[in-house]
Structure formats: C-alpha cells, structure tokens
Write a protein that binds this ligand. Structure first.
Ligand SMILES: *Cc1c(COP(=O)(O)O)cnc(C)c1O
Length: 491
C-alpha cells in the first residue's frame, strides 16, 4: 500500500473564493442553497461549508479512500468474518430505479415487485436452511441471534415452560452469549474436546429441564465441522430444548449440508458474509432468521405473504409474534444484493462457492502449517486457526506483530486472538474468491516475515498511513466530530 496521506480535513483545506478557480461554478444564490436545505425551522443558519476547488476536493477524497485496505484493493483473509469479493453487478441490480426510488410508506400495491423479490428470497433462504419460514428483518447476525432467542422465549412461554438457560460452546463467537443475555437468558459454557469439537460429556452434564436453547456454530470457529451435530440435536431435543445454528459460516456448506436436516430448529444467515454483501466499516448488514414450522407463528411482524398467486401483502395479524425488531422490512439494500447473488450463482453455483472456499482454505492450511503451527485438525472447512505461541516464545514475535507486518506485504491482517481457546491465534479464511497465485503470495509473505529481524516485525506496519493506533482508545473514545478551535486555527 502506498503511503498517500490525507492528513488534513476538507474544512482545513478550505480557502474562501477558490471554489471556482479552475472550473466555473454554477451560480447558486443563497436562496438556491436554502432551497436544498430542510425546512426553515430546522436550519436557520447556512452551514459553514468548506470552499475548495474541484481538483482539491477530488484528490482529498481519493487520497482518503486509499488510506485503508479494502477487499477491492487487497486480499482479506479475515477469519470468522468471510470477507469475500463483492460482485459489482449486485450493486447495480440493487440500484435499479424500481428498488432505489421507493419509499417505505408507499401503499403495498405499488411495491409488489419488491415484495415479490423479498418473498422469493425468504423461500430461497428457507431452502438453503432446510427450514420452513424466514424473517428478513434483523439488521445483522447478532440481531438475528437476538430475534431467534426472543422467538424461543416466546415459544416456551406459550407452552407454559420455564426455561432460562442457553448453552454455548467455548469456541462460540462473542455475540452468542451477548445475545442470550440480552434476551434474558442465563448462559452456560460448554467445553471443547481435544479435537476442537463440542465435548458431548460436558454437554450432557449441563443439559436439563432448564435448558431453553443450545447455540452451535457449524462449521465452528476453528473451521471444523461438528460431526456429531445430529447426536447433539437429539440430546438437546431429549430434554425439550431447541437447537440454534449460528449460520455465519454457511459459506462452507451451502448446497452441501442443510442445518435443518441436522436437527437445528432455527438459524440466522449473514448475507454480508455468505452472500457477498459489502460490509466494510461496520455495516449495514442483515441477519435473516429461518425457523422450523413450530416456531413460525412467533416470527416478527410484518410477515411478507403471498395472498393470491402473484399478489403480495404484509401480514401484521400474528397474535403470537414477538413484534417488530426493525423498522419496515429490514435492510433492503443488503437483501437485494443477497437475492442477486443467489440468483446469479444458482443452486449449482452456491454449491461450487462452498467447495472452492473449503478447497482454498485447505490448500492454504497445507502450505502454512510448516510455517506457523495449526493446533486443531489437519483438514479444515472454510477457515483454520494457526497459533504463533511457539514463535512468540522463540523469537518474541506475537500474532499481532505478524498480522501488522502482513499489511506491509499488501495483505489485510487475519483475525487475531480469537477464538480464545487458541493462544496467539491467527484465524485465516481466504474465501473462494482468491486465486491460487494470491494464496501462494500470502504463504510467501508469511515465510519471509518469519525470517525477518524480530524488531522490524514488532514495529510494523511501516508503509501504512497510520502504524499502530491505540485501539482501545479508538474504540472507547472515538472522536467523531471536528470542531474548529476558538482562535480560528485548525484544532
Ligand atoms: C460474524 C459472526 C457473528 C455476528 O454477525 P454480525 O453480522 O457481525 O452481527 C456471529 N457469529 C459468528 C460465528 C460470526 O462469524
């Protein structure tokens, strides 16, 4: 990555009067500008807009856009997050005027096309899940988890059962226990065995009549398929509990295994992972939830239904529904891209995506394990977790240092220090969209990093706009607003 720094804000570049220096301006009067602004009572004063010439403006934003890595500029082997390349045609299709220029308060008769697309997306997701009904409303995977757990709570309440516990494996994504706690459940951790899979004895010892839900991610966050999933589901159902499948890793098994066929009662999808929705900068995403038919009555309203052939409606009349979890019908832009992705891949294409994601990960695993140890499994599904523990002990280079140094070689860093059961974890997921040449280059970069002087690696990255920010400070006390300092200088 070249070091093109945009160190000043556009306000700081402002020079009154330069706006039309090279390119003649369209002459706006103050009244014209006011007419673009919200009603008078909302905007009494014109905002202090910066004045810059067009070249200054364009260079400023292009330089800013180049300070970061993105999946459009670099390979992004970010485990757990499935950062695959986002086909641009999905963007174009989602931006068709019939989708882009509609308003959520339009009468349903005028948005039949959109409802038809959303309805068929529900049907396609139900098919991929092996389940009966789908809601598209949740705004992210974690929100899908929360929605499903609220559905489970409503289901047990309706049956007059008092179940307050959610069991979660120790390798689970942090959102699982957080969602369970938010939905009012107590969480109990289930241990992994030496192979990195759910320990069935430990699970058995924790199952009882208090168990509401067992949340399982399959393939799990070590990239391993929970081969005992059917047995696990029988055990959970045996005490009257429900099985929730965290579907964030569906990229490994689309068209190959259906969670519903393995005994899961509900699951969420992460369209911004599996179905290539762009998800830089924290969103927007979506988290559709699929459920088996016994749970369908509890889905959030409104439910999109087909009243008569080709005639779609929003059904609000669902007495057992948990209510609304999101405004309107969900994050439509992401859902439209999901629809476009699934339709353009087709059933065969989705199957191939998963096969190739698994092949890429296994190729990388086979090449990398001689460079950085991989403690669990000689084979993986879509991702694997390497451990820099030995390297840290022998050379004083940590997982974080390796991840940072990869930026200098033009690779986005893998996920680090997750899952927690692997020390000095580097969690790597190449996805299906990377070529063998790119994977070989990643292996070569890691091989070279291992031979570099430890001090060089510990101080990386050396070529990025910002080297090592204080991440805790940035997360806890972000400065999101620029304020000019009182003396008129740029603060
Ligand atoms: C990403 C992820 C989630 C959370 O999904 P978001 O869309 O980020 O809220 C949950 N579980 C697993 C395994 C994930 O990888």
């Amino acid at each position: 990555m070249r070091n093109r720094q945009a160190t000043q804000l556009i306000f700081e570049l402002s020079q009154p009067g330069t706006g039309e220096e090279y390119i003649p301006a369209v002459n706006f009067t103050e009244d014209d500008i006011r007419s673009f602004l919200p009603a008078e009572e909302l905007a009494t004063e014109l905002p202090p807009l910066p004045e810059v010439s067009e070249p200054v403006l364009i260079r400023h934003f292009i330089n800013l856009s180049q300070q970061n890595m993105s999946v459009d500029t670099h390979c992004y082997p970010l485990g757990s997050c499935t950062m695959k390349y986002n086909p641009k045609r999905n963007d174009r299709l989602a931006q068709l005027p019939g989708f882009q220029n509609i308003h959520p308060y339009q009468p349903v008769e005028t948005i039949q096309g959109l409802l038809k697309v959303l309805y068929s997306l529900q049907e396609m997701l139900a098919e991929i899940a092996g389940m009966d009904a789908v809601t598209l409303q949740p705004a992210a995977g974690a929100h899908g988890e929360l929605t499903a757990l609220l559905i489970a709570a409503a289901y047990f309440r309706h049956r007059g059962e008092h179940r307050n516990t959610v069991l979660i494996p120790d390798v689970a994504h942090g959102t699982n226990p957080a969602s369970a706690a938010m939905a009012g459940f107590r969480t109990v951790e289930v241990k992994s065995n030496a192979h990195g899979l759910v320990d069935l004895d430990d699970l058995q010892s924790k199952l009882n009549h208090q168990t509401a839900v067992f949340m399982i991610t399959n393939p799990n966050t070590l990239g391993l398929f929970e081969t005992q999933i059917r047995r696990i589901a029988e055990m959970v159902h045996g005490v009257g509990g429900l099985v929730y499948m965290d579907g964030a890793n569906m990229n490994a098994m689309m068209g190959i295994v259906r969670p519903g066929d393995c005994g899961a009662d509900m699951m969420h999808f992460n369209p911004h992972k599996t179905f290539s929705g762009p998800h830089g900068g924290g969103g927007p995403g979506a988290g559709p939830v699929a459920v088996k038919k016994d749970l369908a009555d509890f889905l959030p309203v409104p439910v999109i239904v087909e009243k008569a052939p080709g005639q779609f409606a929003l059904d609000e009349d669902r007495p057992l529904s948990i209510g609304k979890v999101q405004s309107f019908y969900g994050n439509i832009g992401v859902l439209l891209r999901t629809y476009a992705y699934i339709r353009t891949q087709g059933a065969e294409g989705l199957h191939r995506v998963s096969q190739r994601a698994v092949l890429n990960a296994n190729y990388l695993l086979s090449q990398l394990r001689n460079i950085i140890p991989v403690p669990h499994g000689s084979r993986c599904l879509h991702e694997f977790v390497a451990s820099a523990l030995k390297i840290k002990t022998s050379r004083g280079v940590s997982a974080m240092d390796i991840a940072k140094r990869l930026l200098d070689y033009g690779f986005h860093a893998p996920t680090v220090y997750f899952p927690l059961i692997v020390k000095e974890a580097l969690m790597i997921e190449p996805t299906e969209t990377e070529s063998k040449a790119t994977l070989d280059a990643l292996v070569e970069a890691l091989r070279l990093i291992m031979q570099e002087p430890p001090e060089l690696v510990r101080e990386a990255p050396h070529t990025t706009a910002i080297s090592r920010p204080d991440e805790v400070q940035a997360a806890r006390k972000p400065i999101l607003k620029w304020t000019p300092s009182a003396d008129g200088s740029n603060g």
